[in-house]
Write a protein that binds this ligand. Structure first.
Ligand code: NAI
Ligand code: COI
Ligand code: MG
Length: 362
């Protein structure tokens, strides 16, 4: 198979973790005889510095010509006081909107060898296998805004169409899994949530084989930590999904292992870790690349239909953890932490021992 992948490393640890994921895709290409062509573009803070725009037109054009996008992360203190439209995060929001990437899939699985990295008790996390389906192009992050010296407004709007398509998507995914859907909202307060809840109830009849429950976001935040194994698919709006998915990283022990896929209806997708640019560890070579490597596996699965290859990456990551190799964010007490580079080498070796690296690690 021949595919074009646009790579947007971004800021902070973005370039470090993306380099690792590109190497892993290189190893997969070699092992399974595929051709992946990588084109690099600027987004976020680096794009502001170079083009005075967090999402320049040449980056959009590159992405439009490609089959999928791999992204690191954006943001950092250097740009924190920029005006709203010149903030790195604006580039990320704009690319999601431009490509209509309305469905953000964030799986959370407890790999047995990771259990000791979780601060939660082993019997709470051991059977966790859940999928957060987060609406990604509506809600608060895209609402009308306004700011003066003494007043600020962020508005939360959802249309029926926006809710229907993400709810349909979540029901369909639940059908392919354990057939349980938890719709998370704040319907005791918000009208957008009441509309959301009504639409989930209307849709139920089309998916009679799926068990549905409604859950308020505040108590869901608690249950996600006390009983995470009870969840299968969680569907929720943009900001609630953003917050709950970072919270879910406590289950696996680090944000550094949670991948995500941001999908359009035709399976074009942008693949990125759940985490941000972690500026305090950037440039030290210690970031955990697992989340971005597993996001690349999601790319193979969801955009290219390469299921065996995706599984080869997931198995390699699990095997490296099983053998007791960890980066600093995950290493149990007394276990020496590996660098980003050395940990990635272990994954490459699991996939294809004969693979010769193409890139110089950053
Ligand atoms: N998708 C994106 O590009 C996102 C960007 N951001 C931006 O990132 C910057 C930092 O935000 P934070 O709130 O600190 O969130 P963050 O996700 O960057 O970091 C949170 C914590 O997790 C650790 N961490 C994250 N990824 C890691 C990895 N791969 N390996 C080891 N440790 C890791 C960090 O060191 C930090 O302690 C901000 O500018 C923020 O706007 C935040 C979230 C998402
Ligand atoms: C720009 C933010 C919404 C990024 C973020 O935190 C996320 O998508 O998880
Ligand atoms: Mg987030």
């Amino acid at each position: 198979m021949e595919k074009k992948i646009t790579v947007l490393p971004g800021d902070g640890i973005g370039p470090e973790v993306v380099t690792a994921a590109v190497e892993v895709l290189g190893a997969i290409a070699q092992k399974y005889d595929h051709q992946f062509h990588f084109a690099y573009g600027a987004i976020g803070g680096v794009a502001i510095d170079q083009y005075q725009d967090p999402l320049p037109q040449n980056t959009i054009s590159l992405c439009e010509e490609s089959d999928a996008i791999l992204l690191g992360a954006v943001g950092g203190p250097k740009w924190d006081h920029n005006p709203a439209d010149l903030r790195p995060e604006k580039g990320l929001l704009r690319i999601r909107k431009h490509f209509d990437l309305f469905s953000n899939l964030r799986p959370v699985q407890a790999i047995p060898s990771m259990l000791k990295s979780s601060p939660l008790k082993e019997d709470i996390v051991k059977d966790v296998d859940l999928l957060i389906v987060r609406e990604l192009t509506g809600g608060l992050y895209f609402g009308e805004r306004h700011r003066t010296e003494n007043e600020a407004l962020d508005s939360l709007t959802y249309t029926r169409e926006e809710i229907e398509r993400i709810v349909d998507n979540a029901f369909t995914l639940a059908r392919l899994r354990r057939k349980k859907l938890t719709s998370v909202d704040k319907a005791n307060v918000l009208d957008t949530s009441r509309l959301w809840r009504d639409i989930v109830d209307e849709k139920k009849a089309q998916y009679p084989d799926v068990e549905v429950e409604h859950s308020l976001v505040d108590s869901t935040a608690m249950k996600l930590i006390t009983a995470p194994a009870e969840y299968d698919v969680i569907v929720t709006e943009n900001m609630f999904g953003d917050i709950l998915s970072d919270e879910a990283s406590v289950i696996t022990g680090s944000l550094g292992v949670l991948p995500s896929a941001s999908m359009r209806a035709d399976n074009f997708g942008l693949y990125e870790p759940v985490h941000g640019s972690a500026p305090e560890i950037a440039g030290k070579g210690i970031a955990n690349p697992a989340a971005t490597i597993l996001s690349a596996a999601m790319m193979l699965q969801y955009s290219f239909g390469l299921l065996e290859e995706a599984k080869a990456i997931e198995d390699a990551v699990a095997a490296v953890y099983e053998k007791g190799f960890f980066t600093g964010d995950m290493a149990p007490k007394g276990v020496e932490a590996l660098s980003t580079n050395d940990w990635t080498e272990k994954v490459l070796h699991e996939i294809e021992p004969a693979y010769v690296k193409e890139q110089t690690f950053i």
